[in-house]
Ligand binder design. Structure first.
Ligand SMILES: [Fe+2]
Ligand SMILES: [Fe+2]
Length: 331
């Protein structure tokens, strides 16, 4: 999925950091300006490293937590085919989390530390995964809108200045586009079905539209530090630019489905060609981000339980590694 407005908080680290000379910083910026990729062992400013660790780990956590709302429908998918597709999609999300934890580890942070920060509530994940999936149509809406928004965010990340992150994004984006199409296809099937099925699709759109727009993070005016991420070419477009692209692509898709976007102010500006929309309820967004969304507690409780239930696997793997190390030392 994803995340960000991966940095949904809109925070960023300042460029200044002790012990870094102007020459080092200038040479680093010159590499960025020349579109060179920065690799794990290259010198980088501490603030660049910290910004990436926060963004990539937040992205990884979003992939992992994002498995839960969809997992809720695995046993109730309407057919064996739908179940197999949904299972494959959720497994893809686990894979995305793993590539991303791997990419973040190249910056010198351990996986244990990242997981501890998630479980303690210090690290954030995308706000969207704190909404419940009440009907099967929600699985369609998530694929169509949530994975669709994730693609909008992640395509520019394939050109991110940090090499390991940018390369991980290429495969992730290919898989996300499959996810988006499977979601749209669920919606299309429901919209061509009975009145009741179409009403279910409309209801899912009503509930997921605004939270999907919030996925891009706060308005540019409220996200002061993204200028530094743009200068470092971690980010290529602002939150509002990405949100606008998403709306412009998605509104005609809703028309094709015969569904109505739940925004009575939505209209296309004839001069710019862009869709204008109502103000987003930022109060809701900040509530969800700060832990008070409909499912935050449930999501975290489930993740903590999964972590605890997996303790024996980690112990067994460690014991096996120690045995092998002893055996090869004795040989
Ligand atoms: Fe994903
Ligand atoms: Fe996805």
């Amino acid at each position: 999925m994803y995340t960000q407005g991966l940095d949904q908080s809109g925070r960023g680290d300042s460029a200044k950091s002790g012990g870094e000379s102007k020459e080092q910083l200038d040479a680093f910026q010159a590499r960025i300006d020349a579109e060179e990729k920065i690799e794990a062992k290259d010198w980088m400013p501490e603030a660049y490293r910290r910004t990436l660790i926060r963004q990539i780990s937040q992205h990884a956590h979003s992939e992992i937590i994002g498995m839960q709302p969809e997992g809720n429908w695995l046993t109730r998918a309407p057919s064996l085919k739908r179940k197999a597709i949904l299972l494959a999609k959720i497994q893809d999300e686990a894979g995305h989390g793993l590539y991303l934890y791997g990419a973040a580890e190249t910056l010198g942070v351990s996986r244990d530390q990242m997981v501890a920060d998630l479980l303690s509530g210090k690290a954030k994940y995308s706000s969207i995964f704190n909404y419940p999936t009440l009907t099967w149509a929600d699985i369609g809406a998530i694929g169509w809108l949530v994975d669709g928004a994730a693609i909008m965010n992640q395509i520019p990340l394939c050109r991110c200045s940090y090499g390991p992150y940018s390369r991980a994004m290429i495969r992730v984006c290919k898989e996300e586009s499959f996810h988006q199409r499977q979601g749209f296809e669920i919606m299309l099937t429901l919209c061509r079905g009975t009145e009741e099925q179409k009403a279910m699709a409309q209801d899912a759109l009503n509930r997921f539209w605004w939270p999907s727009l919030m996925m891009f993070g706060p308005n540019d005016s409220a996200s002061k530090h993204s200028a530094q991420s743009m200068a470092w070419k971690i980010k290529r477009f602002s939150n509002d630019e990405l949100r606008q692209k998403f709306i412009d692509v998605t509104v005609p898709q809703a028309d094709f489905l015969g569904l109505t976007i739940p925004d009575d102010k939505l209209r296309q500006n004839e001069e710019t060609g862009h869709y204008e929309h109502s103000e987003i309820d930022w109060q809701e967004f900040f509530e969800v981000i700060s832990g008070n969304g409909p499912c935050n507690k449930e999501r975290m409780a489930k993740r903590r339980k999964a972590h605890d239930d997996g303790a024996w696997v980690r112990e067994a793997a460690r014991a096996h590694a120690a045995k092998k190390a002893d055996a090869s030392a004795a040989a």
